[in-house]
Design a protein around this ligand. Structure first.
Ligand code: TXA
Ligand code: MG
Length: 349
């Protein structure tokens, strides 16, 4: 057991420089400590990306296989010169358009600066410049590239609140920076810029159409899930799914028949507020959004809902509303479909 310090910076979101314990946080990172930090996507578990021992500590604390490489977080594009090479003009254009923000670029690695286990021996490196004001201020102050996977135990959903991080990692890391719930709620888009045309290795808030608007030749439309050789090494590992069997449903325009003798008290529904009156009263309700079209709210709340579901020990089955399947919803669907192991409600509830 390590003592995990909690640094509550909620009153310093836009002025972290005034936070009295900032220097303690920065010193801990510089000495190779592990500190979870808020970002606009999900909370990350950060450590100095140039320090081999620190990065090994990340894999250990998460119980993560060491051949699944980490994302390196930066404050300024000038830092790229230290550890990437051959950045194309098109990639620079994308960086200008979307950084700081929820997109990660896979770039060619320049060896010798980052420690080896960050990239798991690949000749490429994943880089992101987060926009969360706390993350930005930390990256600027620490003046080091910070390796940070999502701050969950391997096999658990990504954390979108301080409580989620605390639940998984208290006693395993040096500290947690407490901020509010992550805005986007799903992990960043991962775009592989090392092959041509560029490929989405993981869908996220920056959508396919937003990328196509900037890319002269578009992106590779190959389905990231169906390629036999996964382009994000993490894809080969089992994605998180809750203990409770979960199914996706796509229509609910009239009440579910309550006359049918079913006991609904062990059933949970994860859905928009606008559908609540249509499901049996005895069922457990988790609201994802107000309206059935609000993809942003559903994305923001999905992981918190799945965390909640795992804690409801009396629930034996759960149903989640599928939301419209459009460009904006690609990331939401990607995570939801995996959490449900590709199971849909067909006919019978
Ligand atoms: O939003 C996010 O991206 C969060 C926050 C903390 O920034 N981080 C995150 O990290 O989701 P993680 O480690 O949970 O996911 C990183 C993904 C993994 O699927 C990994 O396999 C992939 O990026 N990846 C990392 N380096 C790669 C590389 N060189 N080539 C291809 N995929 C890579
Ligand atoms: Mg993760």
């Amino acid at each position: 057991m390590v003592k995990t310090t909690v640094w509550d910076v909620r009153d310093y979101t836009s002025n972290l420089k005034d936070y009295p314990n900032l220097s303690e946080i920065i010193e801990t990172y510089r000495q190779g400590g592990l500190i979870a930090l808020p970002t606009e996507t999900v909370y990350g578990l950060g450590a100095d990306a140039t320090n081999e021992q620190a990065v090994q500590g990340i894999y250990q604390a998460k119980g993560r296989p060491s051949d699944n490489p980490l994302i390196v977080h930066i404050y300024d594009t000038d830092q790229l010169d230290d550890f990437v090479t051959n950045v194309s003009e098109t990639t620079e254009k994308l960086m200008e358009a979307f950084w700081p923000g929820p997109i990660t670029f896979i770039l060619l690695l320049k060896e010798g600066y980052l420690c080896e286990s960050v990239t798991g021996g690949l000749n490429s490196v994943a880089v992101r410049m987060p926009s969360h004001p706390v993350a930005r201020a930390l990256l600027k102050e620490v003046a080091l590239p910070i390796a940070a996977p999502s701050a969950n135990l391997s096999g658990r959903p990504s954390p979108t609140t301080f409580e989620h991080v605390y639940h998984d990692l208290n006693g395993r890391i040096d500290g947690i920076i407490q901020s509010t719930q992550s805005e986007a709620g799903l992990e960043s888009t991962v775009l592989d810029c090392t092959s041509f045309p560029f490929r989405i290795a993981r869908p996220g808030t920056i959508t396919r159409s937003m990328l196509n608007d900037i890319l002269p030749n578009g992106i590779d439309e190959a389905q990231f899930d169906n390629s036999d050789k996964p382009i994000a090494p993490g894809m080969k590992y089992k994605h998180y799914a809750p203990e409770t069997p979960l199914k996706i449903f796509n229509v609910l325009n009239r009440p579910i028949d309550e006359a049918g003798q079913q006991d609904w008290s062990q059933t949970a529904f994860i859905l928009p507020e606008s559908f609540v009156s249509l499901v049996p009263k005895e069922a457990h309700i988790i609201v994802l959004s107000e309206s059935e079209n609000d993809i942003q709210a559903a994305s923001h709340n999905l992981y918190a809902a799945l965390h909640q579901l795992d804690e409801l020990t009396h629930i034996t089955r759960a149903y989640i509303y599928g939301y419209p399947n459009n460009d904006e919803a690609e990331a939401l669907h990607n995570r939801m479909v995996k959490a449900a192991n590709y199971q849909y409600v067909e006919g019978e509830w």
